[in-house]
Write a protein that binds this ligand. Structure first.
Ligand code: ZN
Length: 133
């Protein structure tokens, strides 16, 4: 079902500030940046080999990332797995009794279809599934 780890999402209060570490320190570069209105975040993707670091900056404190930052501070927010068929993956997880945040895929960054699995089903880790267009 899972093809690879697409990215690790990291919640930050400010992407520009966070980039000092990720570009100057870790010598990665931003390959793509956009605002994802549906998720109330600005994102920046920094490729690392086959995967990416995704920096997430809330555009609205009431969004999921805004709330996570207020509750837990900056840090790892989610792990995203690429799947071939996101609807089949969601149906499988649901049939196994797992709790889904998104019953249906929603638009994510890069115009991909994404859906989140609730941390209570995964031992406390927010899991994102994504299907490339
Ligand atoms: Zn993500």
């Amino acid at each position: 079902m899972l093809k690879k780890i697409d990215h690790v999402g990291i919640a930050v209060p400010n992407i520009e500030e966070a980039l000092k570490f990720w570009t100057t320190g870790m010598q990665t570069t931003v390959a793509h940046a956009e605002e994802v209105a549906a998720q109330k975040v600005k994102v920046a993707f920094l490729p690392v080999g086959e995967t990416n670091i995704e920096l997430l900056e809330p555009t609205d404190p009431t969004g999921a990332v805004g709330q996570a930052l207020q509750k837990r501070g900056p840090g790892i927010h989610h792990i995203c797995f690429e799947v071939e068929d996101i609807r089949a993956a969601l149906a499988h997880l649901k049939a196994q009794g797992m709790t889904l945040i998104n019953q249906e895929p929603v638009p994510g960054a890069h115009n991909k279809l994404v859906a989140f699995v609730h941390p209570k089903s995964s031992g406390g880790i927010l899991i994102e599934l994504s299907q490339p267009k």
